[in-house]
Write a protein that binds this ligand. Structure first.
Ligand code: G6P
Length: 611
């Protein structure tokens, strides 16, 4: 969490910083701040969103060709002006921004206090700037040397940018376990947590690796070293800055735009990987066919919505490729000494590719010799880079904190993987494979039809927006969709919601059902259809209100339920894709009706780079 951005060049830094921060707000929005260099170092910071900072600096002198900016997701210390970044030193000569957690900050802080340092914030970050200043004074060294020496003493995760009044033509950046990319234009540098914050003049980028430091001087080429001072030849990649343009394209929120983009994002994920006549060619699997075919077990590690995609993947891979699959919360996996061998394949699913727990789980899997595979959306992200192989979901930038199109793209990739593995292993009949692939090719059109039911979903959302609790029920491959529907509602409307396998309702949740409890039942699947109908009867018998997701023209459930949302008929394989669409829309409309901040819900962040 936290977004960081830096600019050094011939132009005014402030406009770039503020635009960069706006595009990084998905990483946190508890406070925002900038430091600008123009002879002296001036720092402006404010609790709340970037727009609060903009109002605060209105009318102030914001000139300067170098600057750094930060948007915070609070870890150490409450959201406040005082705890906002940038942090400066007592002498006011250095300013620093940080994303990550300095785990040994207590020890360092005590040490520094004993040597006379006075702290102004409760953050872990502030120790770092004091340490850098002390080292620089004691060793009479350059800024980059002091940063290297200070970072050698730090345990934890960091992406930092530091600037100094005494060395105004320079920005020093470094990273470990938090993302950082340096963009370059003509004689200008843009440093940021994510390429989305890069200005439109960037044409080349360098992704820093762990424990690397970048020294950016206004008129020189970038210099990269390790924090142990070993020089590194930068791997410079071409960059198309048009890809970082963010626009709601007429939609009220990014989330709604992203829900509506799903026919396109799924099509992008399928393109070049399947053909309309039923062929499949998934390079990421084919190039490692042996590892996948010989795998004794596949373990999927992920968090949040990506974990739900993993659960869908479990059903599909076991069904079509006949390999046992376990799906684990990355945060649990990493701390329980898991039994992994070199015959296992560990798949990490992550939209951002930066989730700290997922990254740590991968490290453990690697140590134990497993083959690691990433399913990521963000190109060049940490998970994409540390895994042995992987597949990009190609969903495009996702800005809404609550994940929507990235989820369906993850399911798309997992479906193709299951089918491709089944093909290689011979566990799926040729004819069936062809049929399944042909269905996948129709998926974007079916999603388009499902989206056309939005008006009804909107009405239903308005009707039920005042409920305090929701229950979501699903079976089989639609059970994870029930979890995802409940998570979406919680995330953006702050209404308590739980997802359950429909049959489990009688083991507890049924006690909660009365006339005030809306129960969303996913009933567009034909597998276990009769049983789902019985579950609906059980809810109705207790006066619960049933909102059912049904196949077009399902008259039986239409008569039983209080409200229905129809989705197009499809094969079992595609039912989770179609059932999740109305659930995304339902949570969106409820949150919007309640006046919540749909794109940036309270306390959440899109990229969770702390554990
Ligand atoms: C956060 C986001 C969720 C996301 C989860 C995992 O909680 O708000 O939308 O599902 O992190 O993120 P990842 O980037 O690893 O998919």
């Amino acid at each position: 969490m936290c977004g960081i951005v830096g600019y050094l060049g011939q132009n005014q830094a402030y406009p770039y910083l503020i635009e960069g921060l706006k595009s990084l707000e998905y990483r946190g929005y508890d406070s925002a701040g900038v430091a600008l260099m123009n002879g002296s170092l001036r720092v402006f910071k404010k609790q709340g969103k970037v727009r609060n900072l903009e109002a605060f600096v209105d009318g102030k002198n914001l000139s300067g060709n170098a600057g750094i900016g930060h948007t915070r997701w609070a870890t150490h210390g409450e959201p406040s002006d005082q705890n906002a970044h940038p942090h400066t030193t007592q002498k006011g000569s250095l300013a620093l921004i940080h994303n990550g957690i300095i785990e040994n900050y207590e020890t360092l802080r005590k040490e520094l206090i004993s040597r006379g340092h006075v702290f102004e914030s409760e953050t872990d970050t502030e120790v770092l700037i004091h340490l850098i200043e002390e080292i620089q004074i004691n060793n009479h060294c350059m800024l980059e040397k002091a940063v290297q020496l200070a970072l050698q003493r730090v345990e934890g995760a960091y992406a930092i940018i530091v600037m100094s009044k005494d060395d105004p033509e320079k920005l020093v950046a470094a990273r470990k376990s938090s993302p950082l990319v340096v963009g370059m234009g003509d004689n200008e540098y843009f440093i940021a947590s994510d390429t989305m914050a890069m200005g439109q003049h960037v044409n080349r980028v360098v992704y820093l690796d762990d424990e690397q430091i970048a020294i950016c001087r206004s008129t020189k080429e970038i210099e990269i070293k390790t924090i142990e001072d070993i020089p590194v030849t930068p791997y410079i990649e071409e960059f198309d800055s048009n890809l970082s343009i963010l626009d709601k394209q007429g939609f009220e929120h990014f989330m709604l735009k992203e829900i509506y983009e799903q026919p396109k994002s799924i099509r992008n994920g399928l393109r070049g990987r399947i053909t309309p006549d039923g062929e499949i060619h998934l390079k990421g699997i084919l190039e490692h066919a042996e590892r996948f075919c010989e795998a004794k077990r596949i373990i999927i590690v992920s968090c949040g919505t990506s974990w739900h995609a993993g659960l869908v993947g479990e059903y599909l891979i076991e069904k079509y490729a006949k390999v046992p699959v376990e799906v684990e919360y990355a945060s649990e996996f990493r701390y329980r000494d898991p039994l992994i061998t070199d015959e296992d394949v560990v798949i990490a699913i992550s939209q951002s590719g930066e989730t700290a727990d997922t990254l740590a789980a991968l490290e453990i899997a690697k140590e134990k010799g497993a083959f690691t595979f990433g399913i990521c959306n963000v190109v060049g992200s940490s998970i994409a880079r540390v895994t042995d192989a992987g597949i990009y979901t190609k969903a495009g930038n996702e800005i809404g904190v609550a994940s929507t199109k990235a989820f369906t793209s993850q399911m798309t990739v997992l479906t193709m993987m299951a089918l491709q593995m089944g093909k290689i292993k011979g566990t799926i009949e040729r004819a069936e494979l062809r049929d399944r692939v042909k269905e996948l090719d129709r998926l974007p059109d079916l999603i388009k039809q499902a989206l056309s039911g939005d008006k009804i979903t909107h009405l239903i959302g308005d009707l039920f927006a005042q409920a305090s609790n929701f229950l979501y029920l699903g079976r089989g491959v639609n059970f994870p969709i029930a979890l995802e529907g409940a998570l979406k509602l919680k995330e953006i409307s702050y209404i308590h919601a739980e997802g359950y396998p429909a049959a489990e309702m009688k083991h507890g949740p049924i006690a909660l059902i009365d006339e005030n409890m809306p129960v969303v039942v996913i009933a567009n699947s034909k597998e276990n259809y009769e049983k789902v109908v019985s579950n609906i009867q059980e809810v109705k018998a207790r006066n619960g209100k049933v909102i059912a997701i049904i196949e077009t023209d399902d008259r039986d459930i239409f008569k039983l339920a209080d409200a229905v949302i129809e989705v197009p008929k499809c094969s079992e394989l595609l039912t989770p894709f179609l059932s999740v669409i109305p659930l995304q829309l339902l949570s969106y409309h409820i949150a919007n009706k309640l006046g919540k901040d749909v794109d940036q819900p309270r306390n959440l962040a899109k990229s969770v780079t702390v554990e």
